[in-house]
Design a protein around this ligand. Structure first.
Ligand code: TTP
Ligand code: MG
Length: 394
């Protein structure tokens, strides 16, 4: 089945909302941003862009370029409310919607042919519905992957719709300027131009050693993008954002051993569920409630997503140990893993990698659990653990 991704991005978002809500601003240069001496432009209406005003420009410069502009501080609460309305519309078109900023999102619409004649028709329907219900325009890109969809949505702004057909990826990119590529900043672009490399097509034709010299460890990624290849998944906000377990103890726990045993049991429950859902997360959060009912949460973000009991446990334990000295007994402990993403398949040669080793061990334990039921398989360290009264998984 052909993969189809849509990227949507609102046009001059904050400024368009103001023009919608104040008809007297329509057709005029509207500039939203910090109005103080050191303020910068958040966004400018397309009318204002003709004067050279754009996001991140110092407000003083914007006033000089466009003295007749309508300058507004903006209403961020309103913009996030409208953002929510946009996302609610997108949710009607695919279960896989990934919001990436206040005004843009990816949709994976692969296999939706039974509902719509084509992916382009989905993009048209979204544009129509946003215009009718929210009185705002949105630009869309329809393409075989995220990178191309994002490039495409930008090409015909405002109110644009650009499609990149399967098989025409390189043709689409060929004449676009290199600085449009993700990961190529101004300095790199200048450096490339000095070498006569101006288009993505030229970049795509470079040989590996030259790419390596130019981009170091990013060479492969950048070359793939230049060739129009990108297999990053659309990660929906509906996939559980976190997986956690907590337990209220029958008697407050004081002993370090008891706390550790309880933490390990919770970590194992969370790890088991992460693996069952084929997901892994970067952030581990510890929740701690003392007998006094004082409650605190502490979190740590790891370099790599994990789904391994041992990693979750060690991280949670470090967080717990930083809270020592509170003196009072512990009434409740909770462990949550968030910032979830789909688990990545790891090549067998990477078995030396500790995360992979942990995964293999956990998988073996999971299998035993399924066969004999959860209580059969517990770590030795847990043998003396007192049973909790109330447990909750969420
Ligand atoms: P963008 O989508 O980058 O810009 P835009 O929607 O205003 O215009 P375009 O038609 O080119 O998409 O950003 C969305 C909103 O985020 C924008 O309206 C205001 C805010 N924003 C800032 O506050 N500061 C910034 O530097 C940028 C780029 C955006
Ligand atoms: Mg936008």
């Amino acid at each position: 089945m052909l993969r189809w991704i849509i990227h949507v991005d609102m046009d001059a978002f904050f400024a368009s909302v103001e023009q919608r809500d104040h008809p007297e601003y329509r057709g005029k240069p509207v500039i939203v941003g910090g109005l103080g001496n050191r303020g910068v432009v958040s966004t400018a209406s397309y009318e204002a862009r003709r004067f050279g005003v754009h996001s991140a420009l110092p407000m003083a410069t914007a006033r000089r370029l466009c003295p007749q502009g309508i300058f507004l501080p903006g209403d961020h609460r309103k913009y996030s409310r409208v953002s929510g309305q946009i996302m609610a519309i997108l949710d009607q078109y695919s279960p896989l919607v990934e919001q990436i900023s206040v005004d843009e999102a990816f949709l994976d619409v692969t296999g939706m042919e039974w509902l719509y004649p084509s992916p382009v028709e989905i993009a048209r329907a979204i544009k129509r519905q946003v215009k009718e219900e929210l009185l705002l325009t949105v630009s869309a890109g329809v393409a075989p992957n995220k990178f191309l969809a994002k490039m495409a949505s930008d090409l015909q702004k405002p109110d644009g719709l650009v499609v990149v057909e399967h098989g025409r990826e390189q043709e689409f990119l060929r004449d676009l300027p290199v600085e449009k590529l993700w990961g190529i900043g101004d300095v790199t672009a200048k450096n490339l131009q000095d070498k006569g490399i101006r288009t993505i097509g030229q970049l795509a034709r470079l040989e590996p050693p030259q790419l390596k010299r130019l981009f170091g460890e990013n060479a492969v990624t950048i070359h793939n993008l230049a060739l129009g290849r990108d297999d990053r998944p659309v990660i929906s906000g509906h996939e559980a954002k976190s997986i956690g377990a907590e337990e209220t103890f029958e008697h407050d726990l004081f002993a370090a051993d008891d706390l550790r045993a309880a933490l390990l049991a919770l970590s194992e429950r969370v790890g088991y569920r992460l693996r069952r859902e084929k997901t892994a997360g970067r952030t581990v959060t510890l929740k701690l409630r003392y007998g006094t009912f004082q409650t605190l949460t502490r979190r740590r973000t790891l370099a790599e997503p994990t789904q391994i009991d041992e990693t979750i446990y060690r991280t949670a334990l470090e967080l717990l140990e930083q809270q020592q000295g509170a003196g009072s007994g512990v009434r409740l402990l909770g462990v949550t893993v968030s910032q979830l993403e789909p688990e990545r398949p790891v090549a067998p040669s990477l078995f030396d990698n500790p995360e992979e080793k942990g995964r293999q061990i956990s998988a073996a334990v999971d299998q035993l659990r399924r066969k004999f039921g959860a209580p059969m398989v517990v770590h030795g360290r847990l043998a003396s653990r007192k049973e909790g009264k109330e447990t909750k998984d969420d």
